[in-house]
Every structure is written in C-alpha cells, then in structure tokens.
Write a protein that binds this ligand. Sequence first.
Ligand code: GLA
Length: 696
Amino acid sequence: MTARLASLHSADASLVLECRGDGPPLWRHLGARVDAAELPSLADTRTPASFSLDRDVPLASAPTGGLGWFGPETLCLRRGGQRLVVDFTVARVQSEDGAITVLLDDPLAELLLAQRFSLDAGGAFSIDVRLTNTGSDPVTVDWLASALVPLAADSAGLVSWRGRHNAELVEQHEAMPQQAWRREGRRGISGHGGAPGVLVLAEGAGWDRGQVLALQLAWSGDASLSVERDDEGFWMLSAGALLQPGEVILAPGESYHAPAAVLAVSQAGRNGAMAQHHAAMRSRVAWPGGAMRPRPVHLNSWEACYFDHDAARIGALAEAAAALGVERFILDDGWFRGRRDDTAGLGDWSADPAKYPEGLGPLAERITALGMEFGLWVEPEMVNPDSDLYRAHPDWVLALPGRERPTARGQLVLDMARAEVRDHLFAALDSLLRAVPISYLKWDHNRDLAPAGGAAQVRGTYDLLARLRAAHPAVEIESCAGGGGRSDAGMVPYVHRFWTSDNIDAVSRVPVQRGFLSFLPPELMGCHVGASPAHATGRSQSLGFRAAVALPGHFGLELDPRSLTEEERAELAGWIAFYKHWRHLLHGGNTWLGEGPDGLVWQAAGQADQFLLFVIRPAPALDRRPQPLRLPFLASAGAVELDLLRIAGGDGGHAAHRPALWQGTARFTGSWLAQAGLPLPPLKAETVAIFRGRAA
Ligand code: GLA
C-alpha cells in the first residue's frame, strides 16, 4: 500500500509524517532532505516483533501511553484525580504554505490536540502544540511536550550546556544513552546553562560537516529535555516546560499552549544548525522601527562604581564615556530609593533623593546632551523586604502559607501571576519611562525561585514585558539574570540584548560566548571590555585582548575610563572606532565557528565574500610554528583577499616577526583556505588575530 504523506522540506532537511486511517499521523522521517513523493506505508515495512501487542503502535506525532505505546509520552493528564488515558483519532491533517496542521480528537477523553509543524525563517522547523478540554469536567495537565521527535539511528552524541553564575554555558559532550538522558531546569528561570536546548550529533558530525539536530524551547522557566531509547532501538527526543503539580487545570473549553520548539536539522554541522537558529531568532526580535539599527556602544556603570554613585559621579563617568565614543550609557543598580547596597530598595522604582535629589531627569538630559542614549537598570520581578512596596504589600510575593520565605541576595520574588502585581509594575515602569528620556532598560532577575512560581510566573513576566513594549515601542530591553541566567528564545520577542555573563574575564568569555551563539545571534550578545584584573576572576589581560574578545557581540564597556592611563584611553577609543567601522559585518550576517590545531579557536562573521575572521589563542602554543588554519566556510568561494588588520594582545604581534605574507594583502583561493588552510602569524597566549577577508 502507498502511504499518504504530509511533508515539510527545507534546503537541508525533511520532516515526513504518514497519515493513516483514523489514527494520529506516524513519524516517517526527520533528517536529511528526501524526495518523499511515493513511499510504501509504514505498516508494510514493519516486521512483526515477538511479545508485542497484536495492534502495532509505532511512533505517532502525539504518542500517548496506556493502550500499547510504552515510550515517552506527549502528555500526562488527570481528570477527577485519576490518570486520563488518551487515544487520539485524527480529525484533520492539513498541509499548506510551509506548514502541516494536525488536529487530533479523543471524544471519550474529551480532548482536542492541535499540532502545527512549520518551516521557520532560515529552514528550521517550528513546532506548536495546543491542548483543549472539550469536556464538561476540568482536566489537570501535568505534562505537554512541545516536541517529541525521532532521532536518526546513526546519532552518536549529545552536546548540552551547564553553568552557574560567573561560569555560564560550559559545554558538555555525552554519548547517546543506552537508556535515557535528561536535562532539567527547576530554578524558575532558564538558568546559567543557557537556553533550554540540546544538539544531537550524527556519527562524524562537527562544526562544518555531518548531521546536527539542534532543538531549543522558546521558554524562560523550568523545562525538561530528554532522550530515550526504546526497546525497539529507536532514540526519541522530547522537550517541554515543566509544570508544577496541579498548576495547569483546564476548565471546560480552556486550552493550554505549550512553548514553541525550534528544531534545526542541518547537514552542514553545528554551524549549519546555528545559522538556522540565528535566522529563526532574528525573525522573532521586535526591533523598534521594524529593523535592527547598528548596535550602539554601551557603557554600563556596574563594575565602574557598583552602588557607590550619585549625580556628580555618574555625570563625570558619562563624560568620560562620551569622550571615548560610547553611544549608550546605562545607569546600573543603586539609583533608586533606599538602595545603598543589595539589602534594600528593590520595588521602589523612583530616584533615591539622597543620591539624585533632582531626580533622574537632569542626569538623563546631560547624558543625552553628550550625544548618548540613556539606559536604566531595573529588577521589576523582585522586592526587598526592606522596601515601601513590601511594607505595603507583603502578600504580593511568592510564598507558601505557614512556610519560611527564603531570601536570596536579600530579596523575595513578586508573584507575577497576579494581575494587581503586574498592573502595579506596569504603572511604576510606565511612569518612569514617561518622566525621563530613557531609551533602554536593563531588566535583571537576580535569584532562583523558591517557592516555585511555575509557568504562570514566566507567562506573567512575558505579559508585563509585552505590555511595556506596546506602550513604549522605542525602548530597547536587555535581559539579565545574574549575567546570563535568562538568555533564551522565550525572551527574544521582548528584548534586544542579553547580558551574557557577569564574568568579563576575556579568557573565560571565549567558551561562554561560543555557547551563547549556538542558539542566539551575535547582535543579541552583550559583550563588554572589563577592568584588569577582572573582577570575577582576578586575572589580568591586556586591553587589546579584552577588546578583541568582546568585539563580535554587542560591544560595550564595563569599567571607569578615568581609571585608565591616557594611552589606555586612546587605545580603547581606537577599539570603539574599530567596532563602529566593522559592526555592519559583525551583526545580522553569518557566524562561523571552528577550532584549529594547537588550542586555537576561531570565528568569522559576515558573508563569504566579505567577512571578519577572529583567530583566538587563549593559551600558549605548544608547537614551534603555527600550522595552517582550515576555514571550511570558504570552500565554494573563488579568489579571496585577506588582510591582517590587527593582532590584539601580547606585544601586538611585533611586525618584524610576521611572515612576509602578512606585511600586505594575501590572496588565496577559497578551496585552498578550506582544505589546505590559512598560514598564520605566530600568536602569543591571550591574543586575537583579526583578519578582513573579501572576494578578490
Ligand atoms: C546582576 C547583573 C549585573 C548587575 C548587578 C546589579 O548581578 O548581572 O550586571 O546589574 O546585578 O545588582
């Protein structure tokens, strides 16, 4: 029998479902692009297996347990306290305009499940799932997977990230599990391990080759990602928001919408999957005015003065910033009522009368007159017990009756599920934005949630952000949570930047930023030049190295320029000018990452005919001479001209020690650079060689 198929095809990949009889569609393929016009039905290809049910139960688009499916389940529900067994029949499968919509129905369980598989910008697949209670009794949702998909039989390993404050996005490599692998976040935010995401690498896959499946959830709260192998030998990947028991109860007619999953399947390795995610994220960013404008150079006041500031000090800092070419000045923590340290003030969002007796208006005007935008730090979801807000509304925080209210950094968490809390915060932020010319908010979240706020907390925050964005569409927002604790696709529609890490040590930053780029594009990655020694690690690095490592992201400063020497200030101004000159290549285009011999890592940004290449040497070389660096992204480029613009760090790569090649413009073919490699100048530890490449 010939199968009836519903398929989606990107340039690299195909997603193929088989429609059959009344049952939900079956998974036939998720992998490299195939021509699936005609196919024998799955039933005709399945061999009988001993000790199996008489009714064959292969992996469906929405597998449910209890009637013969023993693998991971799409949903877990209760009605009247009892497990609700679901057996969907198909009501409709519709395939049009780059999307497959599957509508599943269970008249006995009185449920509808709508699944939408669509092609995202850039070739990733996007999956949306909505469950509706069509019965007359409530249904408790304990789990609804955003995605549950088959993995290729030649899957070889998993790449994921873990992390903590000051050490985000530590990359982990694990073999495919014989039983199960799980990554769960239960801290209420996506956390310092980065976006809720995972890569599945096929045998032989690397940065530039082989099949890589990369999934991220558009969700900023608790999440579960798991890979299971069933006893037929198949791996399946499931991902979804973790719900608190009893948190989601659907009244008759109500729906629960799972967070979207973005799923890239690339045959061009990790870089191919990364490009698909960058495109998908770019299509979700809501830039003021509809398009990204060049990312302005920041100075963020935190590490320049922490809580110790007033109008005079900030004014002087702003002047020093403007003199270097800074374009946006962000006044960090410490500006609001009662905020002398981190024990008081959160919740009282008006200027501290002791530090800013005339309010923020004159300061904002001074900063604007210096030609910079004015940005302000807030932490709206938090409150200190020592604040007027808490004294007035002690019942507004996440708390359990009769239980302790555990503080972290001396603060409690407002219950964002409550409309009156959101209304209050909206009014406070709205009046701040109306009173003062503020064009940017750094929106922080400096603790884990205990007690848990569940999905409602996350959705409450999204709701507040959406309302504020609608009322102040010109204001950009940065997401921060003790550095990179909330850097995920769920926040992308509301924000324009993520603060990648409070650790600005440039050696530490190299892997953190590479982890960030796996799912989110470089223009959203906040990267600052910090002081030396670095406040987070105590290590010292040259200004050039610090600047070059920060350069590929959304560049800024996190120091007091007045603490630098005249020469250092001039050098920093040079780096700021360099960033402004090249930012059109750094942002909005392709990013390619790779590793070279002897501990080198590299990244390039732009297009194959016009790009910047950063070759980073974090630690000393072991080899006597540098080996050529292969640049696979140039494989199909014609003639390429390369200029070594700078060697940042070390002694600046003393010109006399450079090979003759790097005294001028070098010419190669793309295939030579991809296969034989780029001859490199010698690089000392903690240096970055920056090349400009273009089609000759
Ligand atoms: C967090 C942020 C920092 C800074 C402080 C202020 O730790 O990550 O950048 O804003 O809060 O308290």
